[in-house]
Design a protein around this ligand. Structure first.
Ligand SMILES: *[C@@H]1O[C@H](CO)[C@@H](O)[C@H](O)[C@H]1NC(C)=O
Ligand SMILES: *[C@@H]1O[C@H](CO)[C@@H](O)[C@H](O)[C@H]1NC(C)=O
Ligand SMILES: *[C@@H]1O[C@H](CO)[C@@H](O)[C@H](O)[C@H]1NC(C)=O
Ligand SMILES: *[C@@H]1O[C@H](CO)[C@@H](O)[C@H](O)[C@H]1NC(C)=O
Length: 174
């Protein structure tokens, strides 16, 4: 798969979407897991319910040793007899991204979380990191209604360290 072409395609779709009706999205579950507790300790990873159709995501974790080399693997799954890969399976060099903002797909996610997270700086990362009351998920491309799972795998020094996975429901035309 040519990721440059893929991200260009997604970017063009995103432009196409601007101004059109936003689909209804609700986060339904969040699951975080550390694969290496001597590097990442997860304190809190939970949705808060505001109403029947609105939730917010809160994540709080500590990076115990300085992380200088960080990649994020972003994989979208759609439910159909279990979760199947859908649309994206995409790895971003997070340190390069924070320096250059050079990835259109990552940029869409970044724009969603930048005001509610503590990660607004370049690498390295160490210490407490948090995402506070994130409640405005958006989807940059047209997607069919359904149940989705966004797998976010965080890779330090080329080894997976933790995952922050978010389940959500999407309704095309609310
Ligand atoms: C786990 O974390 C420690 C401490 O930062 C690190 O030295 C080690 O390489 C990590 N192990 C794996 C498999 O990533
Ligand atoms: C969300 O819930 C509120 C109140 O319960 C309702 O007014 C609103 O129409 C709902 N929005 C959607 C998109 O379902
Ligand atoms: C994150 O969790 C730690 C440990 O539970 C707590 O001491 C800290 O206040 C929390 N910070 C934020 C910003 O939620
Ligand atoms: C952090 O946020 C400020 C204010 O929104 C912005 O000007 C700055 O460029 C951001 N820095 C990084 C590294 O994202």
């Amino acid at each position: 798969m040519n990721y440059k072409l893929l991200s260009l395609g997604v970017f063009l779709f995103a432009i196409f979407l601007v101004g059109s009706e936003a689909p209804f999205i609700k986060m339904t579950n969040a699951k975080c897991q550390s694969y290496n507790k001597s590097w990442v300790e997860i304190h809190y990873c939970r949705l808060k319910a505001y109403s029947r159709n609105k939730t917010s995501l809160n994540v709080n974790l500590t990076v115990l040793e300085t992380a200088n080399n960080i990649h994020l693997r972003l994989k979208l799954m759609k439910r159909a007899n279990g979760y199947k890969p859908f649309l994206w399976d995409y790895t971003v060099d997070a340190c390069e991204f924070m320096r250059k903002r050079n990835q259109p797909v990552a940029k869409i996610f970044w724009n969603m979380i930048k005001d509610v997270s503590t990660v607004n700086h370049t690498c390295p990362y160490v210490g407490l990191q948090s995402l506070n009351d994130f409640h405005r998920p958006e989807i940059p491309v047209p997607m069919p209604s359904g149940e989705y799972l966004l797998l976010l795998n965080w890779i330090f020094d080329r080894k997976p360290q933790f995952a922050t996975n978010v389940y959500f429901t999407l309704v095309e035309d609310p």
